[in-house]
Design a protein around this ligand. Structure first.
Ligand code: HEC
Length: 177
């Protein structure tokens, strides 16, 4: 990462000076959830390109990601890793037909799936995909996490991706109504 060029940096600072306190808090919050989500929020504010915007709205994303991080630490990190790095050799099937938990960061394939599919998997678990040759270790969270919780966790998962992954995943996820 090269950092912001000097003149661009000064221009940004120039714009930040003179902002009301509320705006500063907003800027700080957006910085927390990551530049990519901040970019989404700006796009949504301008009302542009909603088709390509994240299926989780910008408001849900910024408010939800912080709560989602807590839920993730409690319910998901034991298998998927504290930073979403997954378990070792996650592509290699275990002797019992199950797989280790995959990463949720950009090295995994969570971002290949639509919001709808991911939310369903978190709610119902992987049981329905089991077969003679595949056993799932992904638990169902429908009884422990309500819909708002599941959306928050999904918003957090999106912070583990880069802008490219977010953009590609948004393309397979039409905006929710
Ligand atoms: C007991 C271990 C375990 C826990 C806890 C767990 N998972 Fe999983 N998860 C897995 C495994 C293993 C898979 C791989 C698919 C399978 O085996 O069904 C998986 C798959 C997934 C996938 C699909 C990823 C992909 O690339 O297709 C998502 C999304 C997911 N988990 C989200 C979560 C969330 C969110 C939580 C917490 C609320 C969670 N998981 C908790 C084990 C776990």
């Amino acid at each position: 990462m090269g950092g912001v060029s000097k003149s661009a940096g000064f221009r940004v600072i120039g714009r930040l000076v003179g902002m009301p306190v509320a705006t500063w808090i907003g800027v700080a919050l957006l910085a927390l959830v990551g530049a990519g989500l901040a970019a989404c929020a700006t796009g949504a504010d301008r009302g542009e390109d909603s088709g390509a915007a994240s299926g989780v709205s910008a408001v849900e994303a910024s408010a939800g990601a912080a709560r989602g991080a807590e839920l993730y630490a409690t319910h998901c990190a034991s298998c998927h890793g504290a930073s979403g790095e997954g378990q070792a050799n996650w592509r290699t099937q275990n002797a019992d037909g199950s797989y280790p938990a995959p990463p949720h960061d950009r090295t995994g394939h969570t971002w290949h799936h639509s919001d709808a599919l991911l939310l369903e998997l978190i709610r119902d678990g992987g049981g329905r995909y089991e077969s003679a040759t595949f056993k799932s270790r992904m638990p169902a969270f429908g009884d422990r996490l309500n819909e708002a919780d599941r959306l928050a966790v999904l918003a957090f998962l999106k912070t583990l991706w880069g802008p490219d992954e977010r953009r590609q995943q948004a393309e397979v996820s039409p905006p929710r109504r």
